[in-house]
Design a binder for this molecule. Structure first.
Ligand code: COD
Ligand code: ZN
Ligand code: ZN
Length: 362
């Protein structure tokens, strides 16, 4: 199959033919229809975060089950699925307490499948998996526990985005922060994931939704997704503008959706007493955050967040239902579609801030 391989950071992806072994116990072969191009993949390409290499990146995908390995009971060939970059085992202490996004199984997958081996190969060279998914290929062998079955009338290219950007952003609002109707919300970074924070705030009934970015084009997207106010952080004073918009009070909630310590601090500074800051982005390895603890003393909350605190098998079908009922935007998120041969162009466009989200269609 054709796939895009990252051999080392700071080098372009190499699109080439790889061998993909058949699924082993509790694994499934999926024919992918589309994969989203997310900034988290770019972090590995730019050396911000480390991973065993060579690796096939990609963690936002959907497709059709082609073959099941021994012992698989959840899915059958022909099932339409979205892939979850956190498998949920249903048995660990996190899963049984409803914290499926923190499932133990995610830690058994660093570069390999759960048995510690890889199904991807180029000749004699082993190629690593990414989060057990590796969606930048025409096919993927994934753990059974990473599958989320979905309704068959949902368009399989669009719902690929339900694998990462949508639950990460919408979930941060609904599940992590539990934003209340009538709230004021600041969203710093209105890219592919940030736009989903914006539309999550709309779903939650927020009154003021303030989009902050440094690219005018990204801010325009935010308006389309329901932002009520926009701030260009490259030219405007973010604190001052949030103060004006909230009539001097500052915001109830702020979301950092970039992966920068400066932006985390900025997010916190836009919250009022008792306000909540949610950190969605992951900062480069080794980063440190310094804050004045007195700021937290006034009942402020600083929260982390992974995968929008979601339970993939419950939340993803629900998000697809909302999309099919036209209550959630997916089509508008996709500003460009690429073939896998042009995947490096897709990443350049993301890096330059030219797209909301782009997808690779197989
Ligand atoms: N001030 C305001 N906006 C900024 C600034 C700044 N100083 N710097 C960059 N931005 C804007 C960019 O213009 C862009 O619009 C936006 O921030 C980032 O958007 P994208 O589209 O480039 O990135 P996303 O939305 O695909 O990814 C953002 C994440 C925060 C999710 C990502 O960077 C990250 O940290 N991922 C790891 C965390 C995670 O949850 N990973 C799991 C799967 S995503
Ligand atoms: Zn992602
Ligand atoms: Zn578990």
């Amino acid at each position: 199959m054709k796939a895009a391989v990252l051999y080392e950071a700071f080098k372009p992806l190499v699109v080439e033919d790889l061998e993909l072994e058949r699924p082993k116990e509790h694994e499934v072969l999926v024919k992918l229809t589309a994969s989203g191009v997310c900034h988290s993949d770019l972090h590995y390409m730019k050396g911000d975060r480390e991973h065993p290499m060579p690796v096939v990146l990609g963690h936002e995908g959907a497709g059709i089950v082609e073959e099941i390995g021994p012992g698989v009971t959840y899915a059958q060939p022909g099932d339409h699925v979205v892939l979850s970059f956190v498998p949920t085992c249903g048995k660990c202490s996190y899963c049984v307490k409803g914290r499926q996004n923190l499932c133990e199984a995610r830690y058994g997958l660093r570069g390999n499948m759960q048995d510690g081996t890889t199904r991807l190969r180029k000749g004699s060279q082993e190629i690593h998996h990414f989060n057990g998914l590796s969606t930048f290929g025409e096919y993927a062998v994934v753990p059974e526990d990473s599958l989320v079955k979905i309704r068959e009338d949902a368009p399989l290219d669009r719902v690929a985005l339900i694998g990462c950007g949508v639950p990460t952003g919408v979930g941060a609002v609904i599940n992590t922060a539990k934003v209340r109707p009538g709230s004021s919300v600041v969203v710093i970074g209105t890219g592919g994931v940030g736009l989903n924070v914006v539309q999550g705030a709309v779903l939650a009934g927020a009154e003021a939704i303030i989009g902050v970015d440094i690219h005018g084009g990204k801010l325009e997207h935010a308006l389309q997704f329901g932002a009520t106010h926009l701030i260009n952080a490259a030219t405007e004073d973010v604190m001052e503008k949030v103060r004006d918009i909230t009539r001097g009070e500052m915001a109830d909630y702020a979301f950092e959706v970039i992966g920068s310590t400066e932006a985390i601090k900025q997010a916190m500074m836009t919250t009022k007493r008792g306000g909540t800051t949610v950190v969605v982005g992951v900062t480069p390895a080794g980063a440190e955050l310094t804050i004045d603890p007195d700021f937290l003393h006034l009942d402020r909350v600083l929260m982390g967040c992974t995968y929008g605190s979601c339970y993939p098998r419950a939340d993803m079908p629900m998000l697809i239902d909302l999309y099919m009922a036209r209550r959630l935007k997916l089509d508008e998120l996709i500003s460009a579609t690429f073939k896998i041969d042009d995947i490096n162009t897709a990443f350049e466009a993301l890096d330059q801030g030219e797209v909301a989200r782009s997808i690779i269609r197989y």
